[in-house]
Write a protein that binds this ligand. Sequence first.
Ligand SMILES: [Zn+2]
Length: 78
Amino acid sequence: MSWIPSCSDVARAVSDDSYNESSPSRRVMLRLHMAVCWFCRRYAAQIRWIDRAARETWGVPAPGDADLKRRLIARLRS
Ligand SMILES: [Zn+2]
């Protein structure tokens, strides 16, 4: 894996919450990528929207269910 994360690296980090467990230098690279990549910024915003909607609907944060989040996003896009 190169030191610059790809769009799929960013999407994975954002959707499975591994972003929060990444090293500080890795987080900087992910943020840099998002600063220049409209797609990843939009994707991260959708993830945050789903987390907030889940909290408001069920009163709990969306469990770390990356698969569920991915399916929801896939549905939003279709
Ligand atoms: Zn990207």
